[in-house]
Structure formats: C-alpha cells, structure tokens
Design a protein around this ligand. Sequence first.
Ligand SMILES: [Cu+2]
Length: 144
Amino acid sequence: MNRLLILLVLLLPTIPALACPGLVVREAWVREPPPGARGTAAYFTLRNDGAQTLVLDGWTSGAFAHVMLHETVMTGDRAEMRHREQLSLATGAQAALTPGGLHLMLMHATAPLAAGATVTVQFNCNGQAAQLSAPVLQEAPSSR
Ligand SMILES: [Cu+2]
C-alpha cells in the first residue's frame, strides 16, 4: 500500500464528522429483511450539537437501489408512508427514526442481507457528502 492509500484509509472514518459538523448519530440499526424480501428500513437517532441548522437529504446506499426518507402518517385508522424530501435539524434539535414513525426506507437490496452485516448509508448534509453505518439486527436494540 502506498502512502496516499494509507492516508485515504485513515481519513475515511472522519468524513461524516468533517462534512456534517455537530451531527450525532446514535442507536443506528437496520431491520433484517424477512426471508426473500428485498426491502427493509433503517432507524437511528439524530442530534444537532453544532452551531448551524443541518439539512439532510439525498439518501443512498450501495446495498440498496433506492433509499427514501419516509414518515408514517395515520389517515383515519390506516397507517400510510409518505416521502419526506429532507430532514432539517435546528441547533440542539433531535430527530428519532423509529418503527412506526420516521424511517429510512431501504428498497431493492442489491444482495441478500442478514443479521450481522453492516449497512452504510450516504447522504448530503448541507450539500456536503456524509455517511453513517448501521448494523443489521433481527429486532430493535433494547433502549437504555
Ligand atoms: Cu417506508
């Protein structure tokens, strides 16, 4: 490995922090798809500890052909999923993506996905490239 490659490898884990100052991602996980299914969802908690509003959009993942931010809305007694263009976090604000609420819809997995794998999601944070990683789990991690 030459020096440039080593430098790139060392820089990779720091990309999200550099590109999205103040964004704290916690409790990220992806639900293991049912057997034969190619779609699932990612859940996590976001907090903006930075000094400026953060606008997140442009979600993609190498593991899925389509990634969309959805919110679950009750229409009468029916739950409907609606596409949200972006997620805006004011300074100090939090957003929880949870089952039955806001979530990142992961559609058309490019390969079978099982518990134990890790999904990396890329997104834009105020127009800059950022990313987060989430383990694939069979069920929600117990909250502390
Ligand atoms: Cu959805």
